[in-house]
Design a binder for this molecule. Structure first.
Ligand code: GLN
Length: 423
């Protein structure tokens, strides 16, 4: 990736925009060194740094490194969806959407959910359109969690869960999924659950590990939720990237729909991560809380993009089959490549991520390893220690994404083969 143009937007170069020559759009980035730790922030966000994804993508550009860090495709979304967005704009669908979504999109979401999970939901009272899944997570947590409520997370966890729970004043408990298979530690989970548990957050297929929760694991979680009268919040944005086993929505398990918020988005499935179109599906009594928060977070989500998203979700099954086939080919290139470089690669059954053990190369921890990889090898990976309450637990693991074209994946592997040496 070569920087073609840089515009300084703010004083002291705090903000700048870059256009790169690989055809990607403008990227707005902060200088990492200046954005961490300086400036004012409310207590509830004090402990959080610039997100690891922003940090790593900035460093990728600074060092001309190949970015296998932040999970976004370096190829474009499908023409039929882009054309639908252009058409929607030309047709004048450009004013505020209804707060909880334009009717045709709410219906498309309900239709897709029925196809995928077998559940029949009311598009008018049980579906809320949000600005990406991240906003669905925020609206769910802020709309349904009170200060002091206990919420269980599985570590490693996607960074926004902990930050948003902190904004809600929740009391976060975490249960760690450990290599090699990242399976749910049954006794530990049972001991963390109690009558004080208000909710558990699930992510399947799981970022960063690629783990998919098995039916047995989901049944255990369901039993514990029912016994303790707790809610389940489930982030299923990688559901269409399930390679080895079928994706299961916990909402479809007996007794669970009534206590579950299922969240998803367009970004990963349609390679349109910048559109920020997401949704939350929940029974009407939980949707009320989600919508109350959503109404005051963003009020409504981009109208023309919702029109286009309606076309996307009604894509024929062949679209989803092709997507999976393409990603499977990418996955094989990366996994085989990482093995040939000398990593221990953990099996990943879903998502576009794979986690490896970097310790064969002799580095102290994941952060040191990733710094070396960027500066000396020219490849970006994500250190996973930021996804744990106790960073020590992630110090041997780093995450690579295969959401890149095959030439980029091969080039990254070549660089590592050539330059990554045991310390
Ligand atoms: N979901 C993306 C990932 O895990 C990152 C999104 C973001 O940058 N916040 O890589």
């Amino acid at each position: 990736m070569h920087v073609a143009e840089v515009i300084i937007l703010g004083k002291k170069e705090l903000w700048f925009q870059m256009r790169t020559t690989d055809g990607m759009n403008w990227m707005e980035l902060t200088f990492v060194s200046l954005s961490n730790g300086s400036g004012q922030v409310a207590k509830r966000l004090e402990k959080f740094k610039t997100t690891i994804f922003t940090q790593m993508s900035s460093l990728a550009i600074k060092h001309g490194a190949i970015n296998l860090g932040q999970g976004f495709p370096n190829f474009d979304g499908p023409d039929f969806v882009k054309e639908a967005a252009i058409q929607a704009i030309r047709d004048g669908n450009n004013q505020y959407a209804r707060g909880y979504g334009i009717p045709t999109f709410n219906s498309a979401i309900a239709e897709r959910f029925k196809k995928d999970s077998g559940l029949v939901v009311d598009p008018e009272t049980e579906v809320t359109v949000t600005s990406g899944c991240t906003e669905a997570i925020a609206a769910t947590i802020l709309g349904l969690i009170n200060p002091g409520d206990e919420v269980i997370l599985f570590a490693p966890f996607y960074d926004s869960y902990e930050a948003t729970l902190s904004m809600a004043g929740a009391n976060v408990k975490s249960v760690t999924l450990c290599p090699p298979d990242f399976s749910v530690p049954v006794d530990e989970l049972k001991s963390v659950f109690s009558k004080k548990t208000r909710a558990i957050m699930i992510n399947t297929p799981h970022n960063p590990t690629g783990k998919m929760f098995t039916r047995e694991e989901l049944e255990l979680i369901a039993t514990l939720c029912i016994e303790n009268d707790a809610l389940a919040f489930t982030d299923e944005v990688y559901d269409k990237l399930a390679f080895e086993v079928d994706h299961i929505s916990i909402a479809s398990l007996p007794g669970m729909y009534d206590r579950t918020v299922t969240m998803n988005s367009l970004g990963k499935t349609f390679s349109l991560t910048g559109w920020k179109i997401g949704w939350a599906i929940a029974p009407a009594h939980l949707t009320w809380g989600v919508r109350q928060a959503h109404a005051f977070l963003t009020f409504a989500t981009s109208t023309p993009m919702q029109w286009a998203a309606s076309v996307a979700l009604r894509a024929p099954d062949t679209y989803y089959e092709e997507l999976k086939k393409d990603y499977l080919a990418k996955k094989l290139i990366l996994v085989d490549g990482l093995k040939s470089v000398g990593f221990f690669v953990y099996p990943s059954s879903g998502t576009y991520f794979v986690v490896v053990d970097h310790t064969p190369f002799g580095f102290e921890n994941d952060i040191e390893f990733c710094e070396y990889l960027i500066q000396e090898v020219g490849v970006v990976a994500i250190p996973t220690s930021v996804f744990y309450l106790n960073p020590e637990e992630g110090k041997n693991l780093v995450r690579f994404t295969f959401s890149k074209d095959e030439a980029t994946l091969r080039a990254a592997v070549e660089r590592m083969k050539l330059k990554l040496k045991r310390r």
